[in-house]
Design a protein around this ligand. Structure first.
Ligand code: MZP
Length: 503
């Protein structure tokens, strides 16, 4: 006979945090938001951690390479979407990986005989104001000089004249020799008051460029997630259909962590796929998966599938209609609490900690904070990031406001990519699990994330904790009635600007 779980399915908005003793050292500047991504043994350090507990969903309208670069620079990760060809996804991964290595392969180069106009056009097209001059215009040709937008005036100089008339020739360029390390390169830039340092091999060929702006950027992004070679950490979504071809291509492109993207991850398909990746790559790449909503599902993915992290949540996503279409799912708070309990039990029994990601359905900053208090090591969000400038979609003006398109991976719009690839296996699709929608534009990731992180840090201090682990272990939550929910908004006042009225 069918069993019925004892409690109803609950959501995050049904809970409030009760403050605990704030001690003197519980200040926002002391808060660390570092959190594990890969499983680890008690006492060990996880192979992969993030500096903030946020990841962007593997969705076409959320996680392209721009989002991946921006979020990794803030200390989180965006899972580059897998609903595209393997080649395109691998190229996006490679773009993030090559974004900034300190030593950048010069991708804007000209020959000395080229007209000045070429430099101008290239600068306009790429935004790069510094262009290397090599004998053949290639990134590793013989280095002959450098030209920047300070060397010419667009409306004064003759744009048909050769670049060699305007460039700073190699004899007058400060350069580093092959083998120089990043610290030494930055010292040279600083001492000589330069913006860009070419690095040349013994034969005078261009190897790479080092920019002052990257050094400054790094200092402005102290939480940046970097690998051992000082390249950005990059994540990607994968599926259980073409993983034998897709995963090798992504690994080749430099991916650090993968996540199986499936609306229901409690399956033998995911187990098989995960074990295949593990057998082939060991711990070289992290592997997450899901989604599940029960202790039983967690145990299967943690123990049998050996996943690094497990995603929790079915049907809560803002664009998701799985619950109404198929009748499966569970309230996100109930699912998370159940899975966290199972994870803690697993940790006690085995000494292995498996991070948990609460995926989807977070409607505001408060719900993010409650999810972390309930024991999620990090949260995955789609809508939140889709609204930012860095998501891959164009801005659209509607009724005087700016919006961006946002659609589910289970919508026909997302699934249609296969029509344009070799694999048209979904062309028989009969029903959708996601909708096609719009979300308001909220601005840059930097600003949006800045506000959320400030609220999170402040709440953690109210709750007497300065690490996420302590926050989850000591959190005291209360369920709220409809009346107390209303009490939480403004009361009996006329609000001038109702943005923060709680309504
Ligand atoms: P949200 O942050 O927009 O509420 O939810 C994002 C999450 O919804 C994703 O991480 C993914 O797990 C889930 N998702 C994506 N597409 C669909 C769909 O089409 C979906 N049903 O449920």
């Amino acid at each position: 006979m069918a069993k019925i779980l004892p409690d109803v399915s609950r959501t995050f908005s049904e809970y409030l945090l009760v403050p605990r003793l704030t001690k003197r050292d519980h200040t926002v500047s002391n808060v660390s938001l570092a959190t594990p991504v890969s499983r680890f043994k008690k006492g060990d350090t996880p192979k992969l951690s993030m500096n903030i507990p946020f990841v962007a969903a593997s969705m076409q309208s959320v996680s392209g390479s721009n989002m991946a670069i921006s979020l990794s620079r803030k200390g989180g990760l965006a899972f580059i979407f897998c609903s595209q060809t393997i080649e395109n996804q691998a190229a996006m991964v490679a773009r993030v990986k090559n974004y900034k290595a300190g030593f950048v392969v010069s991708d804007s180069n000209v020959r000395p005989e080229a007209p000045l106009r070429d430099v101008l056009n290239r600068t306009k097209a790429t935004g790069h104001s510094t262009i290397a001059v090599t004998h053949d215009g290639t990134p590793h040709g013989k280095f002959l000089g450098i030209i920047t937008n300070k060397d010419y005036w667009e409306f004064e100089d003759d744009l048909d004249m050769p670049v060699s008339d305007y460039m700073t020739p190699v004899e007058r360029v400060i350069f580093g020799k092959s083998g120089i390390n990043l610290h030494e390169a930055n010292i040279l830039l600083h001492k000589n008051k330069k913006e860009c340092l070419p690095v040349l091999d013994a034969a005078g060929n261009l190897e790479s460029l080092v920019f002052k702006k990257d050094y400054v950027d790094h200092h402005n992004n102290p939480d940046e997630l970097l690998d051992e070679d000082k390249r950005l950490v990059v994540a990607a979504g994968v599926n259980t259909h073409d993983y034998k071809e897709r995963v090798p291509a992504l690994v080749e492109a430099g991916v650090d962590v993968l996540s199986f993207d499936s609306s229901d991850g409690f399956s033998e398909f995911q187990k098989e796929a995960s074990l295949w990746v593990r057998e082939r790559y060991g711990n070289k790449v992290g592997i997450g998966g899901g989604k599940i909503v029960s202790a039983e599902g967690f145990r299967d993915l943690a123990e049998e599938a050996q996943l690094d992290f497990v995603k929790v949540g079915i049907g809560g996503g803002s664009i998701c209609i799985t619950r109404t279409q198929k009748g499966i799912g569970r309230g996100q708070a109930s699912a998370l609490l159940d899975v966290v309990e199972a994870r803690n039990k697993y940790f006690e029994e085995t000494g292995i900690y498996v991070p948990i990601c609460s995926d989807g359905g977070l409607a505001n900053d408060t719900q993010i904070i409650v999810a972390l208090a309930m024991g999620a090591d990090f949260v995955m969000m789609g809508r939140y990031f889709a609204m930012c400038d860095e998501s891959p979609t164009p801005k659209v003006s509607m009724n005087g406001r700016m919006y961006k398109p946002y659609w589910g991976e289970g919508s026909n719009r997302a699934r249609n990519w296969q029509r344009y690839s070799d694999n048209a296996s979904d062309s028989h699709l009969k029903f959708e699990e996601g909708v096609d929608a719009y979300v308001p534009v909220v601005g840059s990731l930097n600003d949006v994330l800045g506000v959320t992180l400030a609220k999170l840090r402040s709440t953690m201090c109210n709750c007497g904790s300065i690490t996420l682990r302590d926050f989850a272990e000591s959190a005291l939550l209360t369920r709220i009635s409809e009346q107390s929910f209303v009490e939480g908004g403004t009361g009996n006042v006329t609000v001038l600007d109702n943005k923060n009225s709680g309504e």
